[in-house]
Design a protein around this ligand. Structure first.
Ligand code: MLT
Length: 306
């Protein structure tokens, strides 16, 4: 059987697929038309977040049995089209979570302490100590929207920094959230009104798209920090920029964009925006885990056909 690796999946995962006896082709940066052209030859396709597996690709995949996604989110795969054709979609839900939580924490600290702006000023030969007075995280309240695996890991780290942790997640109960030292709030509004730092950890769905807009920002405390290491478009980039320009928002830390790569990202106009190019899962450790776990999941599906 043949497997197409169409995105930057770690070599450890590719080696595992080859060791399992599959014929593996690595073809990166293909357009949708190119994928449609070659997909009939393959039994499986493996991607990360950079390739969108659309309905036309899935419908052209007449031999396709499984679509593998190295990572948590499967929003770049047309799951309805896959289900219509009886093709399984597998992912690696736990492989990247520590890296994503650590990236969120890195952005939180960078926002609070002006780390990136101060670094840029040093590289320009300046010594602007007074300009970069920051904020302490200790004693502040972190509001986590979406208390899944990444949310719980973030809560654990925030507690170690002496933060109070609030969570909003309609799918969790208070006892579960309390295990992580956090307090479940009954409404999003309460979280918006009480948090000094707000971080979203949600999948991208029609309900979560633009969930953080002007209206929600208006309800937040003055000087709030907003973080998005989940999916681009959950926070409106224009609303964040307006909040930064008005002084309502202290800083934002944004790792994900809509689209990716961003086209004329408005946030790049503000030096209070700390921006990274979707690095949440990009650690050596997470990429090895995602690659090998994905290989195992693909092999499990293909084994049913041999
Ligand atoms: C994820 O959903 O786990 C990440 O977005 C994966 C990636 O960085 O490609």
């Amino acid at each position: 059987m043949k497997i197409l690796v169409a995105d930057k999946v770690h070599q450890a995962g590719i080696d595992a697929l080859i060791a399992a006896g599959y014929d593996v082709d690595v073809k990166l940066d293909l357009s949708e038309a190119q994928l449609i052209d070659i997909i009939p030859a393959y039994d499986a396709i493996a991607v990360r977040s950079a390739v969108t597996v659309t309905r036309p690709i899935i419908e052209a995949g007449t031999n396709l049995k499984v679509i593998g996604r190295a990572g948590v989110g499967t929003d770049n795969i047309d799951k309805e089209a896959a289900a219509d054709r009886g093709i399984e979609v597998v992912n690696t839900p736990a492989a990247n979570v520590v890296s994503a939580a650590e990236q969120t924490f890195a952005l939180m600290l960078a926002c609070a302490r002006n780390t990136c702006q101060a670094n840029a000023s040093m590289h320009e030969g300046r010594w602007d100590r007074a300009q970069y007075t920051g904020l302490e995280l200790c004693g502040k309240t972190l509001g986590i929207i979406g208390f899944g695996k990444i949310g719980t890991l973030l809560a654990h780290r925030a507690k170690a920094f002496g933060m109070t942790v609030h969570a909003y997640d309609p799918y969790c109960d208070p006892d579960y959230v309390a295990q992580y030292g956090a307090i479940l709030l009954p409404s999003l509004d309460e979280l918006l009104q009480t948090s000094d730092v707000i971080s979203v950890h949600l999948p991208k769905t029609p309900e979560t798209t633009n969930m953080i807009c002007d209206e929600q920002i208006a309800k937040m405390k003055d000087g709030v920090i907003i973080l998005n290491v989940a999916r681009g478009g959950i926070c409106s980039e224009q609303a964040l920029l307006d909040g930064l320009n008005s002084g309502k928002i202290w800083s934002v830390g944004i790792d994900v964009f809509d689209p990716e790569p961003p086209v004329d990202c408005c946030l790049a106009k503000s030096d209070r925006a700390v921006l990274t190019p979707h690095l949440g899962a990009s650690t050596k450790e997470a990429q090895v885990r995602a690659g090998t776990q994905l290989a195992d999941a693909i092999v499990d599906v293909l084994a049913k056909f041999s």
